[in-house]
Design a protein around this ligand. Structure first.
Ligand code: GDP
Length: 586
C-alpha cells in the first residue's frame, strides 16, 4: 500500500467504523488488523486512541490524538495562560520502613502549621500544607510506594519533588532503592534526607558514599543531588530542608492558573458514614468551588462539602491545595482525575466517557509484564545480540513481528532469530532456544503437550503474547538492558601543587591549593604538567591541617595522598573528577 503522509486526527475513543472512515479504508481491513493484534471488535465497538494509533501504523497511516478530547493529566499552564501564577510545590516522602517518614512529616507539621485560626481539629486527609518563611508547601502524607506507583501508571505526576529519606544509622535498604526507582521512573526530582543524625552510630558520610555508588552523587561531592542531614527527633536540619525545598521548587518554576476550570487528582477515597463517598483531591490547576459539578474518573457529582486538613469548611480551593470533598455518586479510585464542569450534563458525560475509556483500555490492555527476572538475565549476558526463537499462529503475523523486531536493531544491539515457525512450541524449539539465549517468543500459540518439562530443565523461558506491540515493547526492554554502558566524567575540582612531601614505592603525599570546586577523598585525579596529562590515579586521603577531611573547598590548602609512587612536582595541576556510568538509551 502506498504510504500516506497526511496526519489524521483521532479522538480518545472512536468506533471501529468511524476509524475506518477516517482512514478511508474498508472496515473489514481494520477489523482484520485488530484481530491480528488480539483485539476482537465489531464495527460499532469502541477502540481507544492507543489502539487506533498502533493499528494505523500497521496500516501505513499517521495519526495524532485530538488532544482536547483526551482526558489528559492536569497540565500547568505557565506559558499559555496570562492568569497563571506560581503555585506551592507538592512534596512526597519516600523511603524504607522505620527510616522516619512519619516522624519527619510530623516534625515539619508541628513547627510550621498554617495559622490555625479556625481552631479546627486536625484530621488525616492524606496531605497538608505548611507555611515556612511566608511560602506554602504541600506535603503528601499518604502515598506509600504503591500509591506513588498508581499515580505514575495513570501518567499522573502529583509530586513535584520526592524526598528520599534514609536513616543515617542504617543506610540504603531495599525500599530506599525502590523509592529511588519510582521517583526516577516518574521523572520526579529527588532530594535525599539523611535522618536520625542524632543517633550515636549515625554515619551520614557512609550514606553519601552508598548513594554515590549507585550514581546519586551528593552536590557537595561534585554530583547533582541535594543531601540534607536532619534529626526528626530533635528537629535539627529541618529548617535547612525546608529552605532547600523552597529553592528547588523555585527552580522548577511551578505554576497553575487559578481561573481555569478545576483539575485535580484523587489521593485518598472512601465511604464515610453519614457522608457517603468522600475523596481527598489535590488540586493541580484551577479553583474548585463548593457546589461545582465535577467528574472524577468514572463517577461524578456536585461538591457538597469541602474541607481542609484542619476540618475547616472551604468555599473554594486553588492549586496545590488538598481538600476532602463529598457529593460524588460513588467512590473514585486513587489517582483518578477530577475535572470541574459548568453543569451536571457535562460532568456526567465526561464520567461516561471515562467509563468507556476504562472498558476499552481493559480489553486492549497494555500488559506490563514482570520482565524483571529476564532483564537481569539478559543484562548478565554481556553481549550485543539477543538470540531468540519465535513462534506465531500464521505466516503473516510471523513476518510482521520479525519486521517490527528488525526495526529495533541499532548500532549497538539487535535481535537474531535462531529459530522460527508457525504453530505450537515444540521440543525442537526448546532445544534451539536452549543452545542460544533461552528465550522463546510465542504469538497466539501454545505449547505442544509435554514440552513444559523440557523447557524447565533447560531453563528456557516461554513468553506468550496476544498483542504484537506488547511483544515488541518487551523485547525492546530486553534490548535496552544490553545497551553499552556510557561513562561520564564529572569534574569536581582543580588543585595546584605547592609541595611534594613524600614519594615512596607505596605512597605519595603532596599538597596544594584548591583553585576551583573541591579536592575530594576517593576521587579520581589527573595530573597535568604544562597542560599535558601525565598520569591518572585515585586519591585515598585528603587532609587539612593534619585532619582528615571528606573534601576541602576552593580557596583552601590541603594535603592529599595516593597509594603508589607518582611522578608529581610543584606547579603541576591536579584535576579531581568522578566517573558516572549509565546505560545508553535505545
Ligand atoms: P516510618 O516507618 O518511615 O514512617 O518511620 P517512623 O517515623 O515511624 O520512625 C521509625 C522509628 O524511628 C520511630 O521509633 C521513631 O521514633 C524513630 N525516629 C524517627 N526519626 C528519628 C530521628 O531523627 N532520631 C531518632 N533517634 N529516632 C528517630
Amino acid at each position: 500500500m502506498e504510504e500516506t503522509t497526511k496526519i489524521i486526527k483521532i479522538p480518545a475513543i472512536i468506533t471501529v467504523g468511524d476509524f475506518a472512515d477516517k482512514l478511508s479504508i474498508p472496515v473489514s481491513q481494520v477489523i482484520g488488523e485488530l484481530m491480528k493484534n488480539g483485539v476482537m471488535a465489531t464495527i460499532n465497538e469502541n477502540i481507544d486512541y492507543e489502539t487506533a494509533e498502533i493499528i494505523a501504523e500497521f496500516l501505513g497511516h499517521k495519526v495524532e490524538s485530538e488532544v482536547e478530547e483526551l482526558k489528559e493529566k492536569p497540565e500547568e499552564k505557565c506559558e499559555v495562560s496570562k492568569s497563571a501564577i506560581s503555585r506551592p510545590p507538592v512534596i512526597a516522602v519516600l523511603g524504607h520502613v522505620d527510616h522516619g517518614k512519619t516522624s519527619l512529616l510530623d516534625k515539619i507539621r508541628e513547627a510550621n502549621v498554617v495559622a490555625k485560626e479556625s481552631g479546627g481539629i486536625t484530621q488525616h486527609i492524606g496531605a497538608y500544607q505548611v507555611e515556612y518563611k511566608k511560602k506554602i508547601i504541600t506535603f503528601l502524607d499518604t502515598p506509600g510506594h504503591e500509591a506513588f506507583e498508581a499515580m505514575r501508571q495513570h501518567g499522573a505526576e502529583v509530586t513535584d519533588i520526592a524526598i528520599i529519606i534514609v536513616a543515617a544509622d542504617d543506610g540504603i535498604k531495599p525500599q530506599t532503592t525502590e523509592a529511588i526507582k519510582h521517583a526516577k521512573n516518574a521523572g520526579t526530582p529527588m532530594i535525599v534526607v539523611v535522618n536520625k543524625i542524632d543517633k550515636p552510630d549515625a554515619d551520614p558520610a557512609r550514606v553519601r558514599k552508598q548513594f554515590t555508588e549507585i550514581g546519586m552523587t551528593p552536590q557537595e561531592w561534585g554530583g547533582d543531588i541535594e543531601f540534607v542531614d536532619v534529626s526528626s527527633k530533635t528537629g535539627d536540619g529541618v529548617d535547612k530542608l525546608l529552605d532547600t525545598l523552597i529553592v528547588m521548587s523555585e527552580m522548577l518554576n511551578l505554576c497553575a492558573d487559578p481561573k481555569a476550570p478545576a483539575q485535580g487528582l484523587v489521593i485518598e477515597s472512601k465511604i464515610e458514614v453519614g457522608k457517603g463517598p468522600v475523596a481527598t483531591i489535590l488540586i493541580k490547576n484551577g479553583t474548585l468551588n463548593s457546589a461545582d459539578w465535577i467528574s472524577v474518573g468514572e463517577t461524578y457529582g456536585r461538591v457538597k462539602s469541602m474541607e481542609d486538613e484542619n476540618s475547616k469548611r472551604l468555599k473554594s480551593a486553588g492549586p496545590s491545595r488538598a481538600v476532602r470533598i463529598s457529593g460524588l455518586k460513588s467512590v473514585p479510585g486513587v489517582a483518578e482525575i477530577m475535572q470541574s464542569f459548568k453543569d451536571e450534563k457535562d460532568a456526567r458525560d465526561d464520567a461516561e466517557k471515562s467509563k468507556k475509556y476504562a472498558h476499552v483500555k481493559k480489553f486492549s490492555n497494555v500488559r506490563k509484564i514482570g520482565l524483571d527476572e529476564l532483564t537481569a538475565q539478559v543484562a548478565a549476558l554481556d553481549k550485543n545480540e539477543l538470540s531468540i526463537v519465535i513462534k506465531a499462529d500464521v505466516v503473516g503475523s510471523l513476518d510482521a513481528i520479525k519486521e517490527s523486531l528488525g526495526k529495533l536493531n541499532n548500532e549497538f544491539v539487535g535481535v537474531k532469530f535462531v529459530g522460527e515457525g508457525v504453530g505450537d512450541v515444540s521440543e525442537k524449539d526448546i532445544q534451539m532456544a536452549a543452545s542460544s539465549d533461552k528465550i522463546i517468543i510465542c504469538f497466539k500459540v501454545g505449547k505442544s503437550p509435554g514440552v513444559e518439562g523440557t523447557a524447565k530443565s533447560n531453563k528456557v523461558k516461554i513468553l506468550k503474547y496476544d498483542v504484537i506491540y506488547e511483544l515488541i515493547s518487551d523485547i525492546k526492554t530486553l534490548l535496552s538492558e544490553m545497551m553499552p554502558i556510557e561513562k561520564n566524567e564529572i569534574q569536581i575540582g582543580i588543585l595546584k601543587v605547592l609541595g611534594v612531601f613524600k614519594v615512596s614505592p607505596h605512597l605519595t603525599v603532596a599538597g596544594g591549593k584548591v583553585e576551583d570546586g573541591r579536592a575530594e577523598k576517593g576521587a579520581n585525579i589527573r595530573i597535568k604538567r604544562n597542560g599535558e596529562p601525565i598520569g591518572e590515579y585515585v586519591v585515598t586521603n585528603v587532609q587539612r591541617e593534619k585532619e582528615e577531611m571528606p573534601s576541602v573547598p576552593a580557596g583552601s590548602e590541603c594535603g592529599f595522598s595516593i597509594e603508589q609512587k607518582v611522578d608529581i612536582a610543584v606547579d603541576d595541576v591536579v584535576e579531581f573528577y568522578r566517573v558516572e556510568e549509565h546505560k545508553k538509551t535505545m
